[in-house]
Ligand binder design. Structure first.
Ligand code: SAM
Length: 251
């Protein structure tokens, strides 16, 4: 799967993508991440990417031209570009490509959307900055607007990394037992998570605090944080029941 990221800060994307699953998936050629600074697609001496909003108001708005030129020069075959300039200009079909614009006004990103995106061949992610992006990018270029939550960030780079990571871990072969992971995901129901524990069976918080130098005056009797007994029982049927009782469906 190919990710094209349009951003004014490619280094932010490159830094995070150089760790953990994104690094591994790139190394194993499961994904390709290419960043484009749309400032490189400006024509003026100052490499201007923003301007004041029509109608007045605070802040600066990202202009349509540099974003349009970046996407056009990459020949990204999403359906809007396809119908604008004709299929002879493209090698790929638009069906397998989506252009996503990040905005707090967009559709909330969920596991279900991550699953849908993981079926594509190419995902183009446009990271906004400042007061946002000229609305014509929404209307004439982007296929979807995505928000990662009800809060406002400074830019679309964190959302792009969130989407890339959530999608990459769903690609076949990226996480060890991906077939198992795949089975858990149903397009409509999302997937099921239950609480997990690991060693030690008993954790003693006050003892640990003392060990790391805390001087505790009124120490209560030995407090112990325990793993639910059932998980230690070895009774797989009971464990399954317990997990089902405590599971949460993530859509
Ligand atoms: N008023 C602007 C708007 O509605 O788009 C807010 C702009 S915000 C300061 C700058 C950029 O950060 C946005 O254009 C968007 O790309 C990104 N952004 C901020 N919060 C986001 C969120 N919750 N989800 C997705 N993108 C977000």
């Amino acid at each position: 799967m190919k990710f094209d990221i349009l951003t004014l800060f490619p280094e932010l994307i490159k830094f995070y993508s150089n760790y953990s699953i994104l690094k591994k998936a790139q190394k194993e050629k499961k994904i390709e991440i290419i960043t484009y600074n749309f400032r490189d697609f400006t024509a003026d001496k100052y490499r201007t990417v923003d301007d004041r909003p029509f109608g007045g108001g605070r802040g600066m708005i990202l202009k349509i031209e540099p974003i349009f030129k970046t996407i056009a020069s990459l020949k990204i075959p999403n359906s809007k570009f396809y119908s604008l300039i004709g299929k002879s200009n493209f090698q790929q079909s638009p069906k397998k490509t989506k252009i996503i614009l990040f905005t707090p006004r967009g559709k909330k990103f969920t596991q279900k959307i991550a699953h849908q995106f993981s079926q594509l061949e190419r995902l183009v992610l446009i990271c906004g900055r400042y007061e946002g992006i000229d609305e014509r990018v929404v209307k004439y270029i982007a296929d979807e607007q995505i928000s990662i939550g009800n809060y406002v960030l400074m830019g679309g780079e964190l959302p792009a990394l969130v989407v890339m990571e959530a999608v990459t871990r769903l690609l076949p072969g990226v996480i060890g037992k991906s077939e198992f992971l795949f089975k858990r995901i149903s397009k409509t129901k999302g997937f099921i998570e239950h609480p997990q524990y690991t060693r030690p069976e008993i954790f003693e918080p006050l003892k640990t605090l003392t060990e790391i130098g805390f001087k505790l005056k009124r120490v209560k009797k030995n407090i112990k944080w325990r793993v639910p007994k059932i998980l230690l029982s070895g009774n797989h049927q009971q464990i399954k029941k317990w997990r089902e009782k405590h599971q949460k469906i993530i859509i």
